[in-house]
Ligand binder design. Structure first.
Ligand SMILES: Cc1cc2nc3c(=O)[nH]c(=O)nc-3n(C[C@H](O)[C@H](O)[C@H](O)COP(=O)(O)OP(=O)(O)OC[C@H]3O[C@@H](n4cnc5c(N)ncnc54)[C@H](O)[C@@H]3O)c2cc1C
Length: 477
């Protein structure tokens, strides 16, 4: 009996002990679950606080109106893909739009030029004689030997005939652009460059020289506005430069020297993400700049429609004119985005005229800074795109909006070439962002959260030091 009683007690004790263990086990699992739920909730909270939800159903990161513009992101993407991009790609290949007149060898007015370009792709190829339109050609007494027309890569001092035939400007006025530093009416030291032979791509121009230029542009000439800034004029210059900078970075990343020994070129999506895609502000500024320049083109419709696209090649010149008309009068574009940017809202306040002068001076400084770019090809595209922006600013802000009665719009041939080539570059960049952005965000964002990207480069470096970059690469494979 005693033994049976004892046995029962022991069994009960064993059961209780087992139950106790189970309860402890359950409690521990519960605690872990609570911690996990809390972590998940807090990360969801922090994500929603940073407005960067990575939920799979949230496929569009950029929605609604592009800031200060009259067109939304979805429309920009669709109209760019269906109309603008294909037309612009063809247009910039026509002889009229592919030769750009530029002063490449200039002294930097701010500090000594310390070219940091290490690739031969840094240099600009001059136009081969066979490619040069008859009308652009120099008078015969000044003509060069065929050797002089060869690519002058790595030979900055090589002689280039800079005399220009005045017939080049037939039908086009000689006018200076008030927004840029170069005197566009001064043809001395100008040379013609075939843009198709000199694509905007990675050149190896980096380090202190490049950084100093961007730093000087941002800190001295277009400081970043505070988030509470209401004055649209003060934001415009910063957004235009940041949008252009984003576009340049995208072109570097999309045509990158992946393997120097094999001369292998291709996309560097990591770089595109690191420099642009992971900064939503930069992407937004790119869309803003695109719409701003598009508005300038559509505002100048009458002028651009009637201009002479004459290079002495009737078939190609007709094509240029026809493509231009298709762009200016495209019914899809007119219906979807009739007023990409409303310039009439600008300079309304009392200080309007003063503000305009100040911004014009700042932009002129930025354009002067292009003479300090220590890589020839970067300087070519820097100058072209800054002249394009200057032309957009001139069309939108230097001319009487409606009648052009006080100050009729007059554009130089080179301004039109710069404006349309700039629009094409921006259109390419918007397309890259639309095509690569969502998949890159999905791949990279969980590894590198947005506030980390924006605010703490040092944290990023720490994470990269502990192997985040190799993880990123593995995931990309
Ligand atoms: C006019 C110009 C044209 C150039 N063209 C070429 C070219 O054709 N090919 C080539 O290989 N290199 C070119 N470069 C060099 C290139 O732009 C970079 O400077 C270089 O590749 C080094 O890049 P980075 O990562 O140090 O950052 P950078 O691009 O030099 O940026 C410097 C700093 O500016 C800020 N920043 C970057 N992007 C933005 C943005 N979109 N908005 C606001 N702030 C920003 C960041 O704080 C960044 O650290 C050009 C430089 C200049 C000034």
């Amino acid at each position: 009996m005693v033994e049976a009683e004892d046995l029962k007690k022991r069994r009960r004790y064993a059961e209780e002990k087992k139950g106790g263990k189970r309860r402890w086990g359950l409690a521990a699992i519960g605690a872990v679950l609570v911690v996990l739920v809390a972590l998940a909730a807090s990360s969801k909270f922090s994500k929603s606080q940073n407005s960067s939800c990575f939920c799979p159903q949230d496929t569009r990161k950029y929605t609604g109106m592009v800031e200060d513009c009259c067109c939304d992101y979805e429309t920009v993407d669709s109209i760019n893909g269906a109309v603008l991009h294909p037309l612009l790609q063809e247009l910039v290949r026509t002889p009229f739009f592919r030769y750009f007149k530029v002063k490449l060898w200039c002294d930097c007015p701010f500090w000594p030029d310390d070219g940091m370009c290490k690739l031969r792709d840094c240099s600009v190829c001059e136009c081969p004689e066979t490619e040069f339109p008859e009308l652009f050609k120099k008078p015969s007494q000044y003509s060069l030997s065929s050797d002089d027309w060869k690519c002058q890569e790595g030979k900055p001092e090589a002689a280039v005939d800079r005399t220009l035939d005045t017939k080049v400007f037939r039908g086009w006025p000689e006018v200076d652009n008030p927004w840029t530093n170069d005197d566009e009416t001064d043809n001395s030291e100008m040379t013609y460059v075939n843009l198709l032979l000199n694509p905007e791509r990675y050149t190896g121009y980096t380090g202190e020289s490049a950084k100093r230029i961007w730093d000087a542009i941002y800190s001295e000439n277009c400081p970043k506005y505070t988030s509470g800034e209401f004055c649209p004029e003060k934001k415009v210059l910063y957004k235009l430069i940041s949008g252009l900078h984003a576009s340049i970075s995208i072109h570097i990343a999309s045509d990158y020297l992946l393997d120097e020994t094999k001369n292998l070129w291709g996309k560097n999506l990591d770089l595109m993400y690191d420099r642009v895609l992971r900064y939503p502000d930069r992407v937004r500024n790119l869309y803003f700049t695109f719409l701003f320049v598009l508005r300038a083109v559509t505002k100048a419709t009458k002028y651009l429609e009637q201009a002479e696209y004459d290079t002495g090649n009737p078939v190609e010149d007709l094509k240029a004119q026809s493509l231009m008309r298709q762009l200016l009068y495209n019914p899809k574009l007119q219906a979807a985005c009739p007023l990409p940017f409303d310039e009439a809202k600008m300079w309304q306040g009392q200080s309007g005229p003063e503000l305009k002068q100040q911004i014009q001076k700042q932009f002129r400084n930025i354009s002067a800074m292009m003479d300090c770019v220590g890589c020839e090809k970067c300087r070519l595209w820097g100058k072209l795109q800054v002249l394009g922006l200057g032309t957009a600013l001139k069309i939108l802000f230097s001319v009487d909006g409606n009648s052009h009665a006080n100050q009729p719009l007059q554009l130089q041939r080179n301004e039109v070439i710069a404006l349309l080539n700039l629009l094409n570059r921006l259109s390419e960049s918007v397309k890259f962002v639309q095509e690569e952005g969502p998949s890159m965000d999905n791949r990279m964002a969980p590894l590198l959260s947005e506030p980390l990207a924006q605010e703490s480069n040092s944290w990023r470096r720490v994470l990269e030091a502990v192997g985040l970059s190799s993880l990123k690469k593995k995931l990309q494979r």
